[in-house]
Design a protein around this ligand. Sequence first.
Ligand code: GLA
Length: 386
Amino acid sequence: MEVEFVRNRFIKHFDGQTGNVYFSPGRINLIGEHTDYNGGFVFPGAVSQGVMAEVRPNGTNKVMAYSIDLKDRVEFDVDDPQGPKATWARFIYGMVKEFQLLGVDVKGFNIAFAGDVPLGAGMSSSAAMESCFGCALNDLFADNKISKWDIVLAGQATEHKYIGCNCGIMDQFASVFGEEGKLMRLDCNSREFEYFPFAPKGYKLVLLNSCVKHELAGSPYNDRRNSCERVVKAVQEKHPERSVKTLRDCTWQDLEEVKDIVSAEDMQRATFVLGEKDRVLGVCDALMAGDYEKVGELMYATHHGLSKDYEVSCEELDYLNDIAKECGVTGSRIMGGGFGGCTINLVKDSLYNDFVETAKQKFAAKYGHEPKVYDVVIGRGSHKVC
Ligand code: GLA
């Protein structure tokens, strides 16, 4: 995304002056889905697409915000207890409120922003906004004293309190901590993480967007989380002597013990989560051994679990996964929250063209439009551009 694109509009829609420009990316996730809010592991990386904002304090208590993509303008007071109605502006409002809770004296500012993370594609356009606004607020009003983790948590709290999605921390983490060419394995329980350089020789990562738009706020996403929490509660009741906080602390034996207490559906969800925890660790071992065939096998297993046990797939995503299999693609699965969006595919260079062309043709023949194709470039996390 070009600075000039945002800057021209910032100048045009405000008082002709320029401000500082900040960028934060969306993310991919190689494996570890719906594990973050269960205290498990995730394996994300930042992408090159993201959100860019130009921001300038305006000497008042008003935030004057312009969404370049939606051509919409919203104003609100930094002390407004309700906040704006427009969802896009609530991301700014939420970050302002969370920074205030962190003790930052946020003053009024002008902001114009645009993004090129496809919306509803499971690539975390929301987290890109949150971390971009967080990066700006930190620089302009807090002397950059707010830690990266606090920005991550402010983004997550914005989702919970102002958007209505009880998400985990993967997306905001990836957007803030991402580094070029590196994936990260995050332990969502301890918040320890490691960078993994990711440049598999002879393979590419490509996303195919089904263009089925997912909307996680107020969606079955929160129901999935509730299912997991009910199973945890049942295990806690069976084992008051242990400290069981999330499914991370539960064993297969624990699930077996509560299978008659919780619903079959909740059990199915928890089964997926425990399996996924093992798969992420399996992928780490396979990556270290350079065994991409194993990585791919685990990706297919994740897709199967997300589709059949966690039930967050849709017909279009399952079809893209089937096409990948038929084409001999190494690994393929739904990426992100699910209910639409993209598949992530690990494909041999030699098969890439054939796969992408076949997927476009077959998908278009069935659904009337081609999937959108994004080659993954693992990019840099939140930063000030100028
Ligand atoms: C969404 C949420 C994340 C995570 C994924 C599923 O992207 O925002 O916290 O739960 O879904 O892995």
